[in-house]
Write a protein that binds this ligand. Structure first.
Ligand SMILES: [Zn+2]
Ligand SMILES: [Zn+2]
Length: 392
């Protein structure tokens, strides 16, 4: 077996330089044109032949192995976040309005390193490696764009792997979680309707503000009484609008909120319960309610079988003590879940914390991952690819 740790060390400087270039030149979700051009040029410089720009801001490439076989897709996201970087690093963002605060610059550079190594070893594996450099993860639209662009078809993908830097884990480790690991994110709008009139004559009106008030207090009973304690769900309302002045009871009130769930069945249960709570609050006060749920990203759960295969590859490569089982899922969302709706695969984390240092979280203006972690990401992905696509 090839020594992937050694190979990753040999490619480390390239990966760090690509990452610093991307870090200096961040582009916001949906505007990654220069990033896509850079990625495509780097891939072509290794001799990767089949490189395509997808929808102006994404890049798909294919490395064909020595003979026919399965297809493994590897996905990195490429977009930055709005805001100013405050790391003080010499390769800080040149753009005061955008910065790589979620580490997608590193994801992209790691995948380029993987591409360089796997391309040089292509005669040693069967099947294909599909490289997916995705734009617009932060606004959760890029995965759909890449799927529409055909990255999971021709050749059909048998497994897709995605990664994310993880500041809660030390550099040199990887993290994984079986079952649900990230939440579905849906948004909800609820309109309560009554009938308008004078505040001094409430009996001649039907008051939607009171319906909304009662609903807001009662609705948290869904999470506490209808969702299993060991499961998780979040229901938060962030906006309420209705009415004009203090002495008029308005005819309608609109609530807007966000729903996070970890399991598909919990997602359905939450939607049904919201309908029930809204209509009971309205009907109890002679009013009406309508609930509109906009489905966002689905929950993210890795395939148990493929994650176990990855865990095995990672343990053989890094040692068992460097493969960490994450205890709790994240209630954040990842549009990688859209790929997993279509094909089996898994998601894992790369530890990026420096020893003895309190790590700034993802999306912090001072987020500064330990660059020595990148080679771990490169090595572990190459090793898994080789194990998954081993020639019979
Ligand atoms: Zn992010
Ligand atoms: Zn991210």
């Amino acid at each position: 077996m090839v020594d992937f740790l050694q190979l990753a060390v040999e490619h480390e400087q390239n990966v760090i330089e690509w990452r610093r270039h991307l870090h200096r030149n961040p582009e916001l979700s949906g505007r990654e044109k220069e990033t896509a051009k850079f990625v495509s040029n780097v891939l072509k410089s290794f001799g990767v032949g089949e490189v395509d720009i997808v929808g102006e801001t994404g890049v798909a490439a294919l490395i064909r192995g020595g003979c026919a076989g399965k297809t493994l897709a590897l996905r990195a996201d490429m977009d930055a976040l709005p805001g100013e970087e405050k790391t003080g690093l010499p390769f800080s963002s040149k753009n005061p309005e955008a910065a790589h605060l979620c580490g997608h610059d590193a994801h992209t550079a790691i995948l380029l390193g993987v591409a360089q190594i796997l391309h040089s070893l292509k005669e040693k594996f069967s099947g294909n490696v599909r490289l997916v450099f995705q734009p617009a993860e932060e606004n959760l639209t890029g995965a759909k764009l890449m799927i529409r662009g055909g990255v999971l078809d021709s050749p059909e993908v048998d497994c897709i792997a995605g990664l994310h830097l993880w500041p809660a884990l030390p550099a040199g480790t990887v993290g994984l979680r079986y079952g649900a690991s990230m939440a579905a994110a849906d948004s909800v709008k609820i309109e309560f309707r009554g009938s308008q009139g004078h505040a001094a004559h409430p009996h001649e009106c039907v008051d939607p503000l009171l319906m909304a008030g009662q609903f807001l207090v009662n609705v948290q009973a869904i999470v506490s009484r209808e969702i299993a304690p060991a499961d998780s769900a979040v229901l938060s309302f962030g906006k309420i609008s209705g009415g004009t002045v203090g002495n008029i009871i308005p005819d309608k009130v609109l609530l807007e909120g966000s729903i996070r769930t970890l399991l598909p069945e919990t997602r359905e249960r939450m939607a049904a319960a919201l309908e029930r709570f809204a209509s009971s609050a309205a009907q109890g006060m002679r009013g009406e309610a309508s609930v509109t749920i906009s489905r966002g990203v689905p929950p993210l759960a890795s395939s148990t079988e493929l994650l176990a295969l990855f865990e095995n590859s990672a343990k053989e490569l890094l040692g068992a003590d460097r493969v960490v089982h994450l205890v709790a899922p994240s209630m954040g969302s990842e549009d990688f879940a859209y790929y997993l709706e279509r094909v089996p695969g898994f998601f894992f984390r790369i530890g990026v914390a420096r020893q003895g240092e309190l790590m700034r979280p993802l999306h912090s203006a001072a987020f500064d991952p330990d660059e020595s972690s990148f080679k771990t990401g490169v090595a572990v992905l190459c090793r898994f690819a080789m194990d998954f696509l081993a020639r019979e």
